[in-house]
Design a protein around this ligand. Structure first.
Ligand SMILES: NC(=O)c1ccc[n+]([C@@H]2O[C@H](COP(=O)([O-])OP(=O)(O)OC[C@H]3O[C@@H](n4cnc5c(N)ncnc54)[C@H](O)[C@@H]3O)[C@@H](O)[C@H]2O)c1
Length: 327
């Protein structure tokens, strides 16, 4: 069971800046930290996120949404001056990995430059704590179990490269500008308000054509899926319970789900039968996709956090949430 992080960061009301706050994961973080009585400044350029994810927070005294692009440094600098946040949770990024191979500066700008600008704005302000949304993609295609200290790291996507470069810049800013960082490497995350990924994709395709499902790759791609509320718990647990200069953790589950299993769960939950599943073939969904990986989670487990749901249950929860949203 999850070591629940009830009111983890609520010894006193803090001003917290959340970048990418109108996105899938960011909007859940806004919900959680508002519920814990903090003041949230939510930044997003709405390139991938949507206002509907946070609309229920509009009008809340402690919630401010600012539509801004983190690549515009002057605007970001003014936001830090005006709101003087205590901590930044930096989630804004290009989350569309496939797009990164086609539009090759999208990760440079939205994944890397956004991080650089946040760090530089922090260096020029009183805000010294950054929590960073990193990813399994930084590990590239290593065959062994992924421990945080494994290396050398050679990502195979522009997204993974921009995240690894961001981690490196965070390290240098911590050393040179006295910042403190918490880096969490997420696996595949699923749940309410998901904006991308197999669950989202399959439901969309089957709504258009309930007789056929085209699955990218051969369907045996197998990855750990973490439920978004477990992820938020894990982030806040790690943040509250570690105090090094740079704290870094894999977050995830020990189980994993194949793409074909996701297809089967979606078809079951949609109540469909006789769907013709066609695979595009090959061992991966797209260039830059890492088809199989497994995390070593001993570091976060020893700290006291475990996810509540296993991988298949996380997927099923996400499917049900997505189907409920589209009704
Ligand atoms: N969802 C996953 O499975 C997963 C896995 C590993 C890591 N992550 C990381 O977690 C974070 C959140 O991911 P998500 O799944 O919620 O994706 P998301 O796309 O829903 O959220 C990212 C948000 O950042 C915003 N954004 C992008 N570029 C911006 C910019 N230049 N300025 C301001 N806002 C900008 C987007 O509009 C979007 O709302 C990302 O950093 C992502 O890389 C996600």
């Amino acid at each position: 069971m999850t070591a629940k992080t009830e009111a983890v960061y609520s010894d006193q009301k803090k001003t917290i800046l959340i970048t990418g706050g109108a996105g899938f994961i960011g909007s859940h973080l806004c919900d959680r930290l508002i519920a814990e009585n903090h003041r949230i400044i939510c930044l997003d350029n709405l390139s991938l996120g949507i206002k509907d994810n946070i609309r229920h927070l509009f009008g809340h005294d402690s919630f401010t949404f600012i539509k801004t692009d983190l690549c515009a440094f002057g605007k970001l600098q003014n936001i830090f001056k005006k709101y003087t946040p205590d901590t930044v949770f930096h989630l804004a990024a290009n989350s569309d990995i496939q797009k990164g191979a086609l539009v090759r500066d999208v990760d440079l700008k939205n994944t890397f430059l956004s991080t650089y600008n946040v760090l530089e704005a922090m260096a020029q302000s009183t805000c010294k704590k950054i929590v960073f949304a990193s990813t399994s993609a930084v590990y590239g295609e290593l065959k062994s179990k992924l421990h945080e200290n494994i290396g050398p790291l050679f990502p195979i996507s522009f997204y993974g490269s921009a995240k690894l470069a961001s981690e490196a810049y965070i390290s240098a800013y911590c050393e040179n500008l006295n910042l403190q960082a918490w880096i969490f490497r997420f696996p595949n995350v699923v749940g309410e308000r998901c904006t991308h990924g197999a669950v989202y994709d399959f439901i969309g395709k089957l709504r258009k054509n309930p007789t056929e499902l085209i699955v990218l790759g051969n369907g045996t791609q197998c990855k750990p899926y973490l439920y978004v509320k477990d992820l938020i718990d894990g982030i806040l647990f790690g943040f509250t319970n570690s105090c090094g200069k740079i704290n870094y953790f894999n977050l995830g589950v020990n189980s994993a789900t194949t793409v074909d299993t996701i297809a089967r769960i979606v078809i079951e939950e949609m109540g469909l039968a006789g769907v013709n599943i066609r695979h595009t073939g090959g061992d991966r969904g797209w260039v830059g996709d890492v088809p199989v990986f497994s995390y070593d989670l001993s570091k976060i487990h020893e700290l006291g956090w475990h996810a509540g749901l296993d991988s298949d249950s996380s997927v099923r929860c996400a499917v049900r949430a997505e189907l409920a949203r589209k009704k």
